[in-house]
Design a binder for this molecule. Structure first.
Ligand SMILES: Nc1ncnc2c1ncn2[C@@H]1O[C@H](COP(=O)(O)OP(=O)(O)O)[C@@H](O)[C@H]1O
Ligand SMILES: O=C(CO)[C@@H](O)[C@H](O)COP(=O)(O)O
Length: 469
């Protein structure tokens, strides 16, 4: 029995699954937390990987490994392969001004959508590089190569074999802002425009192209997959097909759709990413998802089970209470400096149940706007899967179909990003033309009468927010 391992180096934690390459059966798993914050030393990801791998029983008997990871984070390496500064993560908003400058300088949103399928916002790597060039010129000067969290961890697993050996894949490259999913090419001119020079970039591998072999922490020889961004990995883990939407409620809220055609949305709502199979993955992401539930539970002094019970005990619309959940600023819509807001407080709505309901509905309204934006690109939505830590909430699972206005398919709680990475590893190992057919996770179907009034009231107030001080 050949075993494969999949890693999810996500925002809040590192998760590892070991699966049977032929059947996909789960054999062992492990996880370890990542540090808080939007600026993180990559060494912390390597340490969490070691811990999670140890918990998952090691990699000695594993034939192939691949890494899925949080997208967009800027990892800068010097000429000797040392990390230049802490990585700026996808949810770090300090480069919002750089995003606006870059957009203007190239001639506006349409020019960026045409060039690389996305319009710069603070999340994308290209804006972080502009920020670095402007604010930390000495660090920019020392930067000999730039890569993403999953690229870096793949390179660490390979034994850090020199900058020329850095690799990435289409899925993650498409979130940089200097690689086009439509053409499959880097745009060094855009990198030069943003950063003032063109550091070494990872080679973009095909979906099942080997990235070398593991030489790490006493383990050698396992084949390395190219890895991919977490959302492309989740789609692969769920065996999503064209028209399938994956709605993920993790640190980020994501609505992505597998598509046979690239997207280029000049409104900036939908980013024209690639997937991990050779297709495309138009995607909307918000900065505020599961942590809105964490924060509301903390405010109310309850755990997630009680928050869910409270939310379900209140009526749809929470009696008019609306939580605009921009607790970390927001990316879609582009409100990097915004804060959250509570509208509609009355004596009647000043209850834990109303607040719990408003929190669940607020985060889901952001995702429903995302689903609308995906549809507005012309994409035909076939099915909607709901995954991520937030989908463990019963209230989220039951209220989602009402707010989204479609039935949602909820697979069992699991690590679908790590599963997708494991499936990619099995694919690379097999040398076959397509990923192995592992049994699809069964899904629970949640249906509910749509509640458009909830979205209408949310739309009335979502721009009425204060900026942070
Ligand atoms: N039962 C639950 N109800 C609501 N939120 C939950 C529940 N269980 C976990 N979470 C939240 O889900 C988030 C983690 O989800 P995950 O998809 O693993 O995130 P990420 O991939 O960004 O690290 C955390 O914020 C956690 O508090
Ligand atoms: O920025 C994006 C996608 O564009 C996020 O999806 C990040 O990739 C982080 O995801 P999670 O840690 O929430 O899974």
């Amino acid at each position: 029995m050949a075993l494969v391992a999949g890693v999810d180096t996500s925002t809040q934690a590192c998760k590892v699954v070991v699966r049977d390459a032929a059947s996909g059966a789960l054999v062992r798993e492990g996880r370890a937390p990542h540090p808080e914050g939007t600026e993180v030393a990559p060494a912390a990801w390597a340490a969490a990987l070691e811990q999670a791998v140890a918990q998952a029983g090691g990699l000695d008997d594993v034939a192939a490994v691949a890494v899925g990871g949080q997208q967009h984070g800027m990892v800068c390496l010097d000429g000797d392969g040392r990390v230049v500064r802490d990585a700026l993560l996808w949810n770090d908003t300090r480069s919002a001004g750089a995003a606006a400058d870059l957009t203007r300088e190239l001639g506006g949103p349409q020019a960026w959508a045409d060039a690389v399928g996305l319009v710069p916002v603070a999340s994308f790597t290209v804006t972080k590089l502009r920020w670095l060039a402007e604010h930390e010129p000495a660090n920019a000067e020392r930067t000999a190569a730039v890569c993403l969290p999953h690229d870096w961890l793949t390179w660490v697993l390979a034994g850090q074999p020199g900058l020329g050996a850095l690799v990435t894949d289409r899925g993650d490259a498409s979130g940089t802002g200097y690689w086009s999913a439509a053409t499959g090419e880097y745009r060094p001119d855009l990198l030069e425009r943003a950063f003032g020079s063109t550091p070494v970039l990872p080679r973009v591998l095909g979906p099942a192209e080997a990235a070398g072999t593991v030489a790490w922490a006493g383990t050698t020889g396992a084949v390395l997959g190219p890895g991919t961004g977490d959302n492309a990995a989740a789609a692969l883990g769920l065996a999503a097909e064209p028209g399938d939407v994956v709605c993920s409620i993790g640190t980020s809220g994501v609505v992505s759709i597998v598509s046979t055609t690239p997207a280029a949305d000049p409104s900036g709502a939908v980013a024209g990413f690639a997937d991990a199979t050779g297709n495309y993955l138009p995607l909307v992401a918000t900065l505020n998802a599961a942590r809105v539930l964490d924060a509301t539970a903390r405010l109310l002094g309850v755990d997630h089970a009680e928050l869910s019970r409270l939310a379900l005990s209140a009526p749809a619309g929470a009696g008019g209470l609306v939580l605009v959940p921009y607790l970390e600023g927001e990316r879609t819509p582009d409100r990097p400096d915004s804060t959250g807001a509570l509208h509609g407080l009355t004596l009647a709505t000043s209850t834990p149940a109303s607040l719990a309901r408003a929190a669940v509905e607020g985060l889901l309204c952001g995702l429903a706007d995302g689903l609308d934006a995906v549809r507005a690109t012309g994409a035909e939505v076939r099915r909607v899967f709901l995954v991520g830590g937030g989908a463990r909430s019963e209230a989220v699972r039951r209220i989602a179909p009402a707010v989204l206005g479609v039935p949602v398919l909820v697979p069992p709680p699991g690590e679908y990003v790590a599963d997708g990475a494991a499936r990619q590893a099995a694919w690379v190992l097999s040398g076959a033309a397509a990923a192995p057919e592992w049994p699809r996770p069964g899904t629970e179907v949640h249906e509910a009468d749509p509640t458009p009034a909830v979205r209408e009231r949310y739309a009335e107030v979502r721009d009425l927010t204060a900026n942070r001080i």
